[in-house]
Design a protein around this ligand. Structure first.
Ligand code: ADP
Ligand code: ZN
Length: 652
């Protein structure tokens, strides 16, 4: 690249500036300091004048008198030295003021026939003066250059670089699959579902005409959602590797600068580059840095720069056709805080969840990262996977590397089990700060909690049947249960009630087994409370309150400062809500007490395997006696996405 060949020259230029500056400085000191004249006093000068030893007096810049002697004076004061006829340099100097000098010179020569006159001279020390002008200027320029370089990544490699004028250029890194080490699906362990979903993209990039011929549309943007270190970047890279296309990688925070308009211009530049290389993949890490929901609150103002960057991104994504062959993959930890506009059709309309690996996943990740290692005979991947609950793929990669280093430090021939255990200890030490490690006792509580949900929902006719339970931490939740929701259009009171019981099952299980409850059930309580409120206030499902709905479908609640009901009704609502929740909780306790053995078996299985499926429940409890109505299911739903009350309602 042309920019690269410029680089050494630019460096040299910088040194030259320094060298010239220093030379200039030294030079000016040397030349201005060449004046070797002696200092004298006013009385001595007066004496010289009276004796008529002086040839001339110059007053330099109104403050230094320079005295040149004549032949007679030279003989007297510098015997044996030749007179400097042309007054190249003075013989004496004297610091004084203008008025005093004139006065004393006149006084000393009073009565003399041809008195010496003082000649005022303006003299500039050009060197010093120029430096005093240029130095601050240079400093400012240098500071500017440093700031710009900092901001544009300190002259990083690849596209962009550290030039002042490339500030609006994107800083995306380009991996060309032919040159660099190719990443393929082989390098991604686990994540089977995610791989399956991105397979289509690979297919399209390899063979676009097959899809476009039929008029099919391929997603332009795919959002990878999951905690850090779970392999989102790796997955995106492997898509590019499998399809053999270039891969642009950039972080969302790279777009954001303190200069207005820079982010937008970088987005523009990125897409321009990508289109030139099409088909290709753009990977935007941490998209929440620009994609966070735009300020709803007018009062708080909001970040205009981030918004204009986001708008530019949306414009670019709308602008390129589905057939252009540029596919944007973006990663985020939190899809919920992203601007809804990003998720609209034709943008990031697909989401792929990349979660922390379970036991199996961790074993496979160990396998991938042990490929290049020299292992001892006692290394057991299954065992190591069991030792690392809550670890992400990146943590495991770290463990493998750390183990290799530990073994090397001990001068071993191969990496042994103990080295891995030491490495795990070390990583856990670092992780504890991040709070993602679960202690065995916590694991037990979580297992019983999730088993409680699973058992109650299994035993209730109208609760959603369970598909999968894990105790792998995800986001804020410590475990999760997936249900197969039937997409019913109408929910009966009984169905809602059963769901409330199942939701409270986690807390009830903790109560039964440990005799105490933990804070881990916050989500459950929130959900149950909302559901109970909805039943009483919106759906008219409560006898005491009756067939009244306080639901405002116009969504303009925020303009009304008053509740649409009296204080008395409010009290009644509160009472009904707590009654409902309490009776659901008692029911959950009853079910779990009845099936305590099954619950314990289930929890132990969870502790051992971390994930359990419907089959395991059937093995413990037997088939459910109720038959599921025939329906077609479109997708699985996560527990916390199960909302059975109207959307966008705020409950007073
Ligand atoms: P993210 O982008 O989700 O933060 P990365 O893709 O950057 O995570 O993962 C960091 C490193 O962790 C990868 O380079 C890889 O070595 C390792 N890693 C993470 N997940 C996996 C996985 N599923 N299989 C193999 N290695 C993984
Ligand atoms: Zn729960």
């Amino acid at each position: 690249m042309a920019e690269d060949s410029n680089k050494p020259k630019k460096k040299l230029g910088f040194y030259w500036v320094y060298i010239i500056l220093i030379a200039f400085f030294i030079g000016s000191i040397v030349f201005s300091g060449s004046n070797s004249a002696k200092q004298t006093t006013m009385s001595e000068l007066m004496q010289m004048l009276r004796d008529q030893d002086v040839d001339k007096i110059e007053l330099v810049n109104g403050k230094t008198a320079e005295i040149y002697l004549n032949d007679k004076g030279m003989q007297k004061y510098f015997p044996g030295q030749t007179n400097q006829k042309f007054g190249v340099s003075p013989n004496y100097t004297l610091s004084t003021t203008e008025a005093r000098l004139y006065e004393k010179v006149d006084e000393a020569q009073e009565g003399l026939s041809n008195p010496i006159e003082v000649t005022p001279v303006e003299r500039h020390n050009w060197g010093a003066e120029i430096i005093s002008w240029i130095l601050p200027l240079l400093l400012i320029v240098a500071l500017y250059v440093i700031i710009i370089r900092r901001m544009s990544g300190g002259g990083g490699s690849g596209v962009g670089g550290g030039q002042i004028f490339s500030i609006g250029k994107s800083k995306a890194q380009l991996y060309d699959q032919e040159k660099d080490n190719k990443t393929t699906f082989k390098d991604v362990a686990g994540l089977e579902e995610a791989k399956e979903e991105v397979m289509e993209i690979v297919d399209f990039l390899k063979n676009p005409t097959r899809y476009t011929r039929l008029g099919g549309k391929i997603p332009k943007g795919v959002l990878l959602v999951g905690p850090p270190g779970t392999g989102k970047t790796l997955l995106a890279k492997s898509v590019a590797g499998e399809a053999n296309v270039p891969f642009f990688s950039i972080s969302g925070s790279d777009f954001v600068e303190m200069f207005v308009g820079v982010g937008a211009s970088r987005v523009r530049d990125l897409f321009k580059q990508a289109k030139e290389k099409s088909p290709c993949i753009i990977f935007i890490d941490e998209i929440d840095a620009i994609g966070r929901a735009r300020g709803k609150n007018i009062m708080s103002g909001g970040n205009d720069e981030r918004e204009s960057t986001l708008n530019q991104l949306l414009t670019e994504m709308d602008g390129f056709g589905t057939n252009s062959g540029v596919i944007v993959l973006a990663a985020t930890n939190r899809a919920d805080i992203l601007d809804k506009a990003l998720m609209r059709a034709g943008r990031f309309d697909r989401q792929i969840y990349v979660e922390l690996p379970d036991l199996n996943g961790r074993r496979e990740i160990f396998e991938v990262h042990m490929r290049g290692l020299k292992l001892g005979n006692d290394v057991d991947k299954e065992f190591l996977a069991k030792q690392t609950p809550g670890f992400s793929g990146a943590d495991i990669a770290n463990v493998c590397n750390e183990a290799a280093l530990i073994a090397a430090r001990k001068n071993k021939e191969s990496i042994e089990k103990q080295d891995f255990l030491d490495a795990i200890d070390r990583i856990v030490g670092g992780l504890e700060k991040k709070n993602s490690v679960i202690t065995p006792s916590e694991k037990k509580v979580i297992a019983f909690h999730e088993a409680g949900h699973a058992t109650t929902s299994w035993m209730l006719e109208h609760a959603h049947p369970l598909v999968k339970v894990t105790i792998v931490p995800r986001g804020k939740a410590l475990g999760a249960a997936w249900y197969l929701p039937d997409e019913r259009q109408i929910t009966t009171k009984e169905q809602m009630y059963h769901e409330m019981i199942a939701t409270l099952g986690g807390r009830a299980a903790e109560q039964i087994i440990f005799g105490q409850i933990s804070t881990g059930a916050l989500n459950d309580l929130e959900k149950v409370s909302k559901q109970a409120h909805a039943m009483v206030m919106y759906y008219g499902l409560d006898e005491t309150i009756g067939n009244v709905s306080y639901y405002d479908s116009t969504g303009q609640q925020e303009y009304s400062f008053q509740k649409p009901f009296s204080e008395k009704t409010a009290e009644k609502i509160d009472a009904e809500v707590s009654k409902l929740i309490e009776s659901a909780y008692q029911e959950a306790l009853r079910i779990l007490n009845e099936h305590k053995d099954g619950l314990t078996q289930l929890a132990e299985k969870l502790i051992d395997k971390e994930v359990i499926f419907t089959d395991d429940l059937v093995a413990i409890f037997g088939e459910r006696p109720w038959k599921q109505e025939e329906r077609t299911f479109s997708k699985r739903k996560k527990e916390d996405e199960n909302q059975d009350y109207p959307e966008n309602t705020t409950i007073a």
